[in-house]
Ligand binder design. Structure first.
Ligand SMILES: Cc1cc2nc3c(=O)[nH]c(=O)nc-3n(C[C@H](O)[C@H](O)[C@H](O)COP(=O)(O)OP(=O)(O)OC[C@H]3O[C@@H](n4cnc5c(N)ncnc54)[C@H](O)[C@@H]3O)c2cc1C
Length: 520
């Protein structure tokens, strides 16, 4: 493996999470950030369950949860009447994930926690006041030009990952154009400190979407304040502090105190880069896609990129996979940004303005399906490029190639509880579903791939399977997967199902090879 680092441009949330993922997979990394510190702007405010799962992989989730407010109820309300149109309780996904909730936390509180974790994982990797200005690509490395307080520098790396936001320099240097549109109206965001619990109890859900044809409103309870978000129609000026106060009082009624902490208006874009890879350069996060920040799909869609590319780079860098594995990144993630998150966010926006009913498509199904969809757990990637991706889960059905695997609770060889996703932390897992009493034969592990047996029967002590067997109490995991005994699942290090087939000699090896050579 080369000593040259992978260079990440931009220390926003996606750059930081990407760097943490790269370190998790043992790759050297540096992060170049043009500013002298992390952003102090309050931007994204809700972190979805899928993002928490990604943070868990890098060991950062606990410190984030400690500072966040967990959201167990999401309300869709009619603003005119205040009546709930739909209330979603995230408890219905308790069996599917270790984090059956979303969290509210402003982005500028999240970023320092990520930077702190990165400093522990890779001391000195974050280089502030390093502005990427130029890029040249070579057969086995890249050279980036960087402006620093000590003058220009040239830094060599294996790859350059453009996590440098909506005005991405890497995107320009890659010659990628963005396609899409910007909305005429802007969004206004106001953070307010007021008591809606004790003296003026209102009992709003911590995340509440108030639909209205005239002016919709989103209410987000942050650890330190309430956030109000509403549209500013074209040509309408940002309201004065007094007007903001009146608007909020009109909404919540009289309160004993109210302090406006922060207000911000911004233009909403809906644009995706034409290509995300050029040789050793990649686009991620807002550099690749700007998505209407509805249903928290802006930041959280970027986190999907940060979960998708680092393991691929690790497998290629270790010589376990050919370069074609890297092509799968754009092939899988771009449709999600173009058609998935983008359309869901737009549908949600239109539904908020009571403009159309497209959001129904994204809200089909029962409460379980709805919560899975809105927590981003219903995500199915399309490894083969056949068009089978989806972000909507309408009901529980047998697992399909590309699906995120549920983070089922199992019992490991030592009897202790273990989460399925933790078994993927170090690489691919071939999960053989079979009766442990019949002593099925499991192949030897390979670089980047481990085998395990899933059974509701504990493996006999003399079976030779004790250290590879997972006890599935109540057959619950198998039932959740919807898979019969005798099948083997190949699960990728990003928790997505790569392939499924009947168990047999050479089956897993062939699936693993096909996955790596075919781009996953
Ligand atoms: C006001 C506002 C509200 C939002 N609300 C939500 C929301 O509610 N939910 C949601 O999911 N999303 C929301 N978003 C979107 C969300 O903030 C973005 O999707 C998220 O910040 C993307 O992260 P990123 O790391 O890709 O890019 P950024 O956060 O933009 O980070 C890019 C970083 O790259 C640095 N950089 C840029 N150029 C260079 C260079 N040449 N060299 C080195 N460094 C460079 C920048 O200084 C910056 O630190 C909101 C955005 C805004 C602006």
């Amino acid at each position: 493996m080369s000593d040259l680092p992978i260079i990440v441009a931009g220390a926003g949330p996606i750059g930081l999470i990407t760097a943490l993922q790269l370190r998790h997979h043992g790759l050297p990394v540096i992060v170049l950030e043009e500013d002298s510190g992390l952003s102090r702007d309050t931007k994204a405010g809700t972190i979805l369950t899928r993002t928490l799962e990604v943070l868990a992989r890098t060991g950062t989730v606990d410190r984030v949860l400690a500072q966040a407010l967990r959201v167990e109820e999401v309300g869709d309300l009619d603003r005119a009447t205040g009546r709930p149109m739909r209330t979603l309780r995230t408890g219905v996904i308790r069996d599917d994930t270790a984090y059956p909730f979303m969290i509210n936390m402003p982005q500028h509180h999240l970023e320092p926690l990520l930077a702190e974790a990165l400093e522990e994982a890779a001391p000195g990797a974050l280089r502030l006041q390093h502005r990427l200005t130029g890029l040249t690509q070579h057969a086995d490395h890249v050279l980036v030009e960087v402006g620093t307080t000590d003058g220009p520098q040239t830094i060599a790396g294996r790859y350059i990952l453009g996590c440098d936001g909506g005005r991405s320099t890497v995107r320009r240097l890659m010659g990628a154009q963005t396609e899409g549109f910007s909305l005429d109206s802007r969004y206004m965001l106001i953070d307010v400190d007021l008591d809606l619990d004790v003296k003026n109890p209102r009992d709003y859900p911590y995340l509440a979407y108030f639909a209205d044809a005239v002016e919709w409103m989103i209410l987000i309870r942050h650890p330190h304040c309430w956030r109000f978000l509403f549209p500013l129609p074209p040509g309408v000026e940002e309201p004065s502090i007094q007007a903001v106060r009146e608007k909020i009082l009109h909404f919540v009624g009289e309160t004993d105190r109210m302090e406006v902490l922060q207000r911000l208006s911004y233009t909403v874009h809906h644009r995706v880069a034409g290509h995300w890879r050029q040789g050793r350069a990649f686009l991620m996060g807002d550099a690749a896609h700007l998505i209407t920040p509805m249903w928290a799909l802006g930041l959280n869609t970027g986190v999907l990129d940060a979960n998708a590319l680092p393991w691929r780079l690790a497998w290629v860098e270790r010589g376990w996979a050919p370069d074609t594995l890297l092509d799968g990144y754009e092939r899988e993630q771009r449709p999600i940004a173009v058609h998935g998150s983008a359309e869901m966010a737009e549908a949600a926006r239109r539904a908020m303005g009571k403009e159309a009913t497209h959001a129904e498509d994204a809200m089909t199904g029962d409460d379980w399906g709805n919560v899975m969809t809105r927590c981003l757990l219903g995500l199915r990637l399309d490894p083969t490029g056949a068009g089978g991706w989806s972000m909507v889960k309408s009901r529980r059905e047998p697992i399909r190639v590309g699906d995120r695997i549920p983070d089922a609770l199992l019992h490991g060889p030592d009897g202790r509880p273990v989460r399925l996703h933790r078994l993927l932390d170090q690489g691919f897992l071939a999960l053989h579903i079979a009766d442990a009493r019949r002593r099925p034969s499991l192949p030897p592990d390979m670089p980047g791939l481990r085998h395990a047996l899933l059974s509701r029967w504990d493996a006999p002590l003399d079976s030779g399977l004790r250290d590879r067997a997972l006890l599935d109490v109540g057959d619950a995991c198998r039932a959740m997967l919807g898979v019969e005994e005798g099948m083997v699942l190949l699960i990728r290090p990003d928790d997505h199902l790569a392939a499924i087939a009947p168990m047999g000699p050479g089956v897993v090896e062939a699936m693993y090879r096909a996955c790596l050579e075919g781009g996953a």
